[in-house]
Ligand binder design. Structure first.
Ligand SMILES: Nc1ncnc2c1ncn2[C@@H]1O[C@H](COP(=O)(O)OP(=O)(O)OP(=O)(O)O)[C@@H](O)[C@H]1O
Ligand SMILES: [Mg+2]
Length: 285
């Protein structure tokens, strides 16, 4: 089977074990396309034969469940309260994608401590070996409920549009990541661009400000143009990658997934359990 072959290859490359890559898709400003990118990137990674779980850690309304047209009954809050096990709340998406809804659990996590927190974190132990990629769909901005997940991830994908306010907010968020989690691998995706050239200009503008003020740059990893098929897919509650596989957006998303999948695993693998322990420590600071 292809999956077994891929697994053997990864094992030989020393990238297996509890080393899930944890990629937070985030932004400074809201409404820039995070959820769309998170869902479709997760699916593109499934198409590349990776085992992927998508965790919705946004408290907002229109999220992963809307884009995929599924309605989660249970979320991480149920796991925290001991009402459900982690495996009972995992939902099946297309292409073998697994989905976990953060739901009310995201705010509850900030108040969780002692043995309840330990038990919650320990429940992720099993998942460590089950997934190659954890994709997090986060909220926007620099509030602790968002940044705790972003700072704890191994990889961050910051999404911006060419809009000046979106770029300014992306810069604000990047500064926070730079200061508080400098070891994080940070990438930039420009969404809703008019042309590849415009997207490249946005990336260059952002990087020139980062170079000047924080002596840093992010890796520009790709663009997605404004495209009517994305809007149609959202309206039909279908991921664009499946509804319109040959659209420009789908091709761009596959390219970005290929880049993410093609690089080495992080040098200090956290595992999903370690990740949630780290999130909790950021929430409690
Ligand atoms: N490449 C694109 N082309 C056209 N429209 C797009 C594109 N990307 C996103 N959109 C539109 O923008 C809307 C918002 O996208 P999405 O919900 O993914 O943003 P978000 O960053 O997750 O928002 P929030 O901050 O509210 O969670 C989508 O419903 C879609 O209509
Ligand atoms: Mg969203």
């Amino acid at each position: 089977m292809m999956r077994d072959q891929a697994e053997d290859l990864r094992r030989m490359a020393g990238q297996r074990g509890p080393s899930s890559r944890i990629i937070a898709v985030t932004s400074g400003k809201g409404g820039v396309g995070k959820t769309n990118i998170a869902v479709n990137l997760a699916l593109a990674l499934c198409q590349l034969n990776h085992r992927v779980v998508l965790i919705d850690v946004d408290l907002g309304l229109a999220n992963v469940d809307i884009v995929l047209g599924i309605s989660p009954k249970y979320n991480l809050g149920h796991v925290m309260r001991g009402e459900k096990t982690l495996h009972e709340i995992i939902m099946d998406g297309p292409l073998g994608l697994k989905i976990i809804s953060g739901g009310s659990g995201i705010t509850e996590l900030a108040n969780l401590n002692g043995w309840r927190l330990d038990a919650f974190v320990a429940s992720f132990e099993q998942l460590n070996r089950e997934f190659d990629f954890v994709i997090l769909d986060t909220g926007a901005g620099v509030h602790r409920n968002v940044t705790s997940f972003v700072l704890a991830a191994t990889d961050v994908l910051v999404v911006t549009t060419p809009e000046p306010t979106a770029i300014t907010d992306a810069y604000g968020l990047l500064k926070v990541i730079r200061q508080r989690a400098p070891e994080t691998r940070v990438r930039l995706v420009v969404n809703m661009a008019k042309s590849p050239a415009e997207a490249e200009m946005v990336a260059e503008r952002l990087n020139s400000v980062l170079r000047e003020f924080v002596q840093w740059e992010v890796e520009y990893t790709g663009y997605i143009l404004t495209e009517s098929q994305v809007v149609r897919a959202v309206a039909e509650q279908q991921p664009v990658l499946l509804a319109f596989p040959s659209s420009m957006a789908s091709r761009s998303l596959k390219r970005i997934a290929g880049i993410l999948a093609g690089e080495d695993a992080p040098s200090q693998p956290l595992g999903i359990k370690g990740f949630f322990a780290r999130v909790s420590s950021f929430l409690h600071i």
